[in-house]
Design a protein around this ligand. Structure first.
Ligand code: SF4
Length: 257
């Protein structure tokens, strides 16, 4: 996608939603870190359901540690992979208490040193909590970027680096949330809602989901085939009618040859 189209793409998303936010519910940096850590391969809705009960009881690293592993598991057992997530969260809380005075660190390398926190989670924390223009490439951003031609890449890191390079600076801060929301609700994995898509004019995806166009294409093909068949039949009939029949004598002569 060319630079002027990229600008138009993000300007359009901005006009529709000037201040996009994460759908995870949180009220502190630590709550955000917990929610993001729990959200791997789970929906934000599912995570919010669990943290709504967990956070009023424990929303600091020390309080989570005080729950104990089994206690924490009982609050998050509705979330996929909850056992390993509980283990990671307990270990992360230990480090936060011992090395960071119970605070969430701002540096990428310190974040990525926390159990259960990879590059993507660190990017979300840096962007959402600390307002840094990072790009956390999740499944939605990976798909949308490749599909529409924003940034093609085989790995999330490749896509992340291309997006950071190509997205004009004024849009970088919110680009992460715009792309996630666009991928979650419009440019969906199985059936993108191209009819309602506001950035359709910028999108280079060849297989847009536009049923009325597909239908008229099919109709056009069918009509073309039918016309061709009818024409062929008519021509054959006409030729047969207009070609004079050989007289019996001529026919016999012809047979001899
Ligand atoms: S036109 Fe379709 S494929 Fe392109 S961005 Fe919009 S929803 Fe996605």
């Amino acid at each position: 996608m060319k630079r002027d189209l990229i600008t138009l793409f993000f300007e359009t998303l901005k006009q529709a939603n000037p201040n996009p936010t994460t759908e995870l519910e949180y009220s502190s940096h630590f709550e955000l870190l917990c929610a993001v850590l729990l959200s791997a391969q789970a929906t934000d809705v599912g995570v919010n359901k669990a943290t709504k009960i967990l956070f009023p009881v424990a929303n600091t690293p020390q309080q989570i540690l005080d729950l104990g592993l089994k206690g924490l598991e009982s609050y998050i057992k509705t979330i996929g992979l909850y056992k390993s997530k509980a283990k990671h969260l307990m270990q992360t809380c230990e480090i936060l208490v011992q090395q960071h005075q119970g605070e969430v660190p701002r540096a990428r390398e310190l974040l990525e040193a926390l159990p259960g926190v990879g590059r993507k989670t660190a990017n979300v924390i840096l962007n959402v909590a600390f307002h840094e223009p990072t790009m956390a490439v999740d499944t939605h951003i990976f798909r949308v970027s490749n599909r529409v031609g924003l940034a093609k890449g085989k790995t999330p890191l490749e896509v992340e680096l291309k997006l950071l390079k190509r997205i004009p600076e004024p849009y970088l801060m919110h680009a992460h949330n715009w792309l996630i929301l666009h991928g979650r609700y419009i440019c969906k994995a199985r059936s993108p809602d191209c009819i309602s898509c506001q950035v359709i004019d910028c999108c280079s995806y060849k297989e847009k989901n536009l049923p009325h166009l597909t239908k008229s294409k099919t109709t056009a093909k069918t009509t073309a085939k039918t016309t061709a068949k009818t024409t062929a039949k008519t021509t054959a009939k006409t030729t047969a009618k207009t070609t004079p029949k050989a007289s019996p004598k001529t026919a016999q002569k012809l047979k001899r040859f």
